[in-house]
Design a binder for this molecule. Structure first.
Ligand code: ADP
Ligand code: ADP
Length: 215
């Protein structure tokens, strides 16, 4: 589905963030992307989302796909309740209010936040704010979910819970997931494929498939 061929990206300040990255992501796969800080993992996700253009090489398969993006920092609108935050992409797409509300409510339920629709971000824990951010990404029902170290700032127990819930969401929604993490544990627990990037200039050093858990 998603295919990167010999992709390079040099930023305008001359930093070579990526150089010769090739990666295939099958439909429905859960790919964990590991690698040291600064090796270009975030750049790779932004490239796939279409927020950056490659200096060389090709990125194909994501052009007409709805993409959900989750960052390490949930960046919620502090004045808006959980439902309104979860609805953001639908509002930007001018979806009718009732339909957007229904979809956003479904997404909040999928991330375990039933009953928190009217809560403000400040009233929620760090883990719950990340859940709202995940719901916001899920509400448009993306086929591809890009997650950039989403749980890195959370305590270990909250991470375990979110890992479980993310795995359930992936299995139920059958979306494709590309998940940047520093955690070997998370990679082994969640991913069907693990790709490891090397330090600058970033490339994929190795990729291997993990046996799918029986479900
Ligand atoms: P990672 O996510 O693996 O930590 P990044 O993709 O954030 O890596 O960054 C890769 C390299 O590109 C780093 O050296 C970083 O400093 C640089 N970089 C990231 N974003 C920009 C930018 N917008 N402009 C210039 N350099 C950048
Ligand atoms: P943190 O991110 O602060 O570590 P959690 O996200 O695990 O914490 O949630 C902190 C507390 O918020 C929990 O102990 C629980 O009481 C409440 N909470 C979290 N999620 C839910 C939920 N889906 N339903 C009800 N209460 C919840």
């Amino acid at each position: 589905m998603l295919s990167l061929r010999d992709v390079a990206l040099t930023y305008r300040n001359g930093v070579r963030a990526l150089d010769g990255v090739s990666l295939d992501v099958a439909d429905g796969a859960f790919v964990a992307l590991l690698g040291p800080s600064g090796c270009g993992k975030s750049t790779l996700l932004r490239l796939i989302a279409g927020l950056e253009k490659p200096s060389r090489g090709s990125v194909s398969g994501a052009e007409n796909t709805s993409v959900g993006f989750v960052f390490q920092d949930p960046t919620l609108m502090p004045w808006a309740d959980a439902l309104t935050n979860a609805r953001l992409a639908l509002d930007l797409a001018h979806m009718p209010r009732l339909e957007a509300d229904a979809r956003a409510r479904d997404a909040l339920h999928a991330v375990g936040l039933r009953g928190f629709e009217t809560a403000l971000p400040a009233e929620l824990s760090g883990g719950m704010r990340m859940r709202v951010s995940l719901a916001r990404a899920l509400a448009p029902e993306p086929r591809l979910l890009l997650l950039d170290e989403p749980f890195a700032a959370l305590d270990e127990i909250t991470r375990f819970k979110l890992n479980d819930d993310l795995r359930t969401i992936w299995m139920q929604r059958k979306c494709t997931v590309l998940f940047v993490t520093h955690s070997v544990f998370e990679s082994a627990y969640l991913a069907t494929r693990v790709a490891v990037m090397t330090a600058r200039p970033g490339r994929i050093a190795s990729q291997r498939d993990v046996d799918l858990p029986a479900s």
